[in-house]
Write a protein that binds this ligand. Sequence first.
Ligand code: NAD
Length: 488
Amino acid sequence: TMAHSKAFLVLENFIGGKFVPCPSYIDSYNPSTGDIYCRVPDSGKEEVEAAVKAAKDAFPIWSSKTPLERSQILNKLADLIEDDLEAFAQAESKDQGKTITFARTIDIPRAVYNFRFFASSILHHTTECTEMATMGCMHYTSRTPVGVAGLISPWNLPLYLLTWKIAPAIACGNTVVAKPSEMTSVTAWMMCKLLEKAGVPHGVVNVVFGTGAKAGEALVCHPDVPLISFTGSTLTGQCIMEKSAPHCKRLSLELGGKNPAIIFDDADLTQCIPTTLRSSFANQGEICLCTSRIFVQRGIYSEFLKRFVAEAKKWKVGNPTDPTVDMGALISKEHLEKVRSYVKKAQAEGAKVLCGEGVDSLTLPAGIQKGYFMLPTVIAEVKDESCCMQEEIFGPVTCVVAFDTEEEVIKRANSVKYGLSATVWSSNVGRIHRVAQRLQSGLVWTNCWLIRDLNLPFGGMKASGMGREGAKDSYEFFTEVKTITIKH
Ligand code: NAD
């Protein structure tokens, strides 16, 4: 009924600087309660068409602005998001299920920083020039924005990952059509409300909400969108490659992972254990960089396992609004069931679940008992061939296994289709360098996790993706390069 529907937050697409309603909507759930609380436009071809047109129309003016002019606008937008940090953090936590603490300290500060970072880095690129004295020539390169960029992002770090694409795309002079995940669209919609005040001209940033199959595909298949930057699952990445092949689109694909932690017997366990807990369970294990295969050298295996499980049991799962909670709700009912099914499969194969799902009981306070919660789960005695050791689970489930030698563990760590990130724990510098060199992984953290310098490349090998993002990498991706030869 109308009276009832008034209680929902209703989002609208943002096209050409205006909020426009959509004929049909998708329900969006609050993961902590299981209730519908928001309606997201179910956009399709028509909406995407309008957004691409607005972006095309805005391109000539935006692309002819100087980097400094664009930089000032990006900085202003960063300030405006920062002024509203608390409201953004509350919205992200409610929409995604993540803890308010995580949203306040990681998601939204990073979204702000993404704009500041590219506002700064865009001012410092130089192009190449070479001379060929014998031919009487010099050559130089020039870079120009590509056009309308299609940006598609996932639900795990909604505003964080979307702005990691929007910021470099517009800093380079492109205009964009962005499609956030249909499950977490609220903070992108909130950001749209700030664009005009920041001085972003109409049509430079357009946001079309909806599903992957409808809105996402329409964007990927649109002939006037020459470039797609996508973060999400490997399966969707493959589908996007296929659909964009007839148009020869430029693609950046940041896909899934099955990230190992390798812990040698000379590791400092007082640092390694809390960090590996975080790397396994932060954001409910819903980070592409989360650890889900922990290889521990035989000599410290039982001690590690005992201490790791004891600490995992101390993690507090509960209402994301409670600042003392370590883990909130998973994104959806379907996802929770998928994650749980992996634990069941492991048990059926003879693995041991040491804590969490199916072993310990989870008591939730009133009001969130229908939420999509589960406990941090540690599995041992699992074979390398098991689906739990091969497939991305993307939840609070981690497997711990023993190894003997360096040679052996490198081989086992590399024996999955993915290659996104890895962590190595040892106090032997030589070994750290040797192992880091040989891991098939786009990122290797040693004696730490998740420390990033945005200047440097980010991205995965093998099924974890194609291309890299970072100061120089994103600049190269979002610009077209030309080599010009002058004979004098
Ligand atoms: P997903 O692939 O299901 O969806 C990602 C986005 O793509 C969503 O916006 C979705 O609507 C859209 N989409 C789905 N099908 C589409 C299609 N056919 N055409 C166009 N768009 C389509 O991924 P998800 O479940 O939202 O996110 C989780 C996945 O993302 C995990 O695999 C995780 O590892 C990965 N991820 C990777 C990184 C990275 O940087 N490598 C970062 C975060 C998440």
